[in-house]
Structure formats: structure tokens, C-alpha cells
Ligand binder design. Sequence first.
Ligand SMILES: NC(=O)C1=CN([C@@H]2O[C@H](COP(=O)(O)OP(=O)(O)OC[C@H]3O[C@@H](n4cnc5c(N)ncnc54)[C@H](O)[C@@H]3O)[C@@H](O)[C@H]2O)C=CC1
Ligand SMILES: Nc1nc(O)c(N)c(N[C@@H]2O[C@H](COP(=O)(O)O)[C@@H](O)[C@H]2O)n1
Length: 251
Amino acid sequence: MPAPAFLHSLIPHNAPTPFITLTYAQSLDAKIAGPGRRQIQLSGEESMLMTHWLRSMHEGIMVGIGTAVNDDPRLNVRLLPTEEHTNTPQPIILDPHLRLPPSAKLFKTLRDPETPHAKAPWILCRDDGDSLFDERRRALESVGGRIVPVPMPNALSTLPRILDELGINSLMVEGGAQIIHQFLTTPTSEDGKPLVDLLVVTVAPVLVPDGLAVPGGETSVDFEHLRTEVMGRDAVMIFRGKERCKGVVQL
Ligand SMILES: NC(=O)C1=CN([C@@H]2O[C@H](COP(=O)(O)OP(=O)(O)OC[C@H]3O[C@@H](n4cnc5c(N)ncnc54)[C@H](O)[C@@H]3O)[C@@H](O)[C@H]2O)C=CC1
Ligand SMILES: Nc1nc(O)c(N)c(N[C@@H]2O[C@H](COP(=O)(O)O)[C@@H](O)[C@H]2O)n1
């Protein structure tokens, strides 16, 4: 199945880099996980496929360490036939204290013949870690991880510069709750440009009582609604960060 046509124009070639897409799935009552942070399948088949196309269109894919530990994600594009996509995004984990376990699936996929294009994760950690870090660092490096110390706690506003230094021109941010909250409330990067270029939210027609919501707070990012696509039973809502992408994303 080809990529949904509307996706092609979302990340134009002349977009400012690094281009940052924030994306997640939520229930009708705005929950992104079940009670006790339990990972749940919110996206239906069609919108999940769309998410994998979106993954294939980015050079990097990032989650916070809360998600990496809780969900043990693979962050690959396994739902697409290999002949239909050429890019596997680079997994990047925001993990200040190197909590990512060396047993994570992100490392197992490196040794799985069924995922020959898997890329070893890059782990962004604080650059002022204590001696405990050395042991964790060695353990993660021994299974293929690349440790990237970065200045914290302002990791989000400096992220575009860090991505630039790492050669990542486009990044898809998938969560979790804290990370989504921060991207929605951090208006600009250190150079004064809006942090999020594109926001893609899948809304599934289910209720999740007692589930996990993105923490509230003033959303200081200015988004403009571009379109809503109905995909199977879900509504996929697409917004662009105002200002930065003016005149760039055309649908
Ligand atoms: N429905 C969906 O689309 C998704 C749902 N989820 C759900 O979200 C939940 C996990 O969310 P959270 O526990 O909030 O974890 P999270 O993935 O947002 O990670 C939080 C951690 O990231 C680090 N972090 C956050 N902001 C940082 C910053 N500015 N600088 C440096 N480090 C920073 C901290 O170590 C923090 O503890 C799970 O239940 C998961 O299933 C996760 C991704 C997508
Ligand atoms: N788009 C979307 N829909 C859902 O219903 C979800 N639960 C998620 N979760 C995100 O996908 C990650 C799992 O990735 P893999 O399937 O293991 O590659 C999970 O960690 C969330 O970031 N997304």
C-alpha cells in the first residue's frame, strides 16, 4: 500500500532544518495510555500504518526514557514492505541518567535477522553525570548504544542545535506524556524559532477511564490547523507550528 498522498507535502525539501514533528495517539478523553501507564493500542490499523510512513519520512525518531522503559518500543518501520521505503529513522532516547536497560528491544533488533536495517539507539544523557554513569555507559555501549552527553535541563531548547551537530535534519518525537507536555509548552528553541514544526495527533474513538493524560498546562505554542484526515475509525489531525513553517508546508 503506498503512503497516504497527503503525507508527501508535510515535510518539504526546503523546510528549515532540523524539522521537528511531534506525534502521538490519544483517546476521545485525551488519554495516551491506560491506568498505571499501561501501554495501549489506540491507533487503528490505518492510522498506525500512517504513523509508520511518517517514521520512514524522518531521519530520527525520539522518545523519552519513561516511554523507553515502560513500552520497550522498537521505533522501526516494520509495518511497511521493505521495498516500499528506503529510510529507517535513527532511534534517539532522551535519557538524562542512562536508565535505558541494555536488554531493551532497541538493542535486540540489532541482532534480529528480521530487522536487518535496525539502527543502534543514540542516548542523550546529561553531560555532568557522576561515576555511576561510567558503568551504565559501558553496559550500553557494549550492546551497541551511542552515548551523547548534552547540557541539561534545557535539553529541549538546545535540541535543534544538538540535532544539527548530530547530522539529523528531521526528527519525529513520539512521546511520552512528559515529553509531549514539554514540546507543547516550550515555545521556542534557543535561537527563538518555534520548536515544533508539525503536530500530528491521532484521535481514537475510545474512552480510557483512569488512563494517563498528557500533563496539563498552558500551551504556549501557536499551532495552525492544516487538515483532519479520517483513517479507518480514527481522526488524524495535522497542525503546523505557526511562524516557522509559514509558506512551507502546503497541503
Ligand atoms: N499514545 C501515544 O502515542 C504514546 C503514549 N506513551 C505513553 O506515555 C507514557 C510514558 O510517559 P512518561 O512516563 O511521561 O515518560 P516520557 O517518555 O515522557 O519520559 C520522561 C522522562 O524523559 C526525561 N525528560 C523529560 N523531559 C526532559 C528534558 N527537557 N530534558 C531531559 N530529559 C527530559 C526525564 O528523564 C523524564 O523522566 C507511557 O505510558 C507510554 O505508554 C508514550 C508515547 C506515545
Ligand atoms: N501512533 C501510536 N498509536 C498508538 O496507539 C500507540 N500506542 C503509540 N505508541 C507509540 O509507539 C511506540 C511503540 O513503538 P513500536 O511499535 O514498538 O515500534 C510506543 O512506545 C509509543 O511511542 N503510537
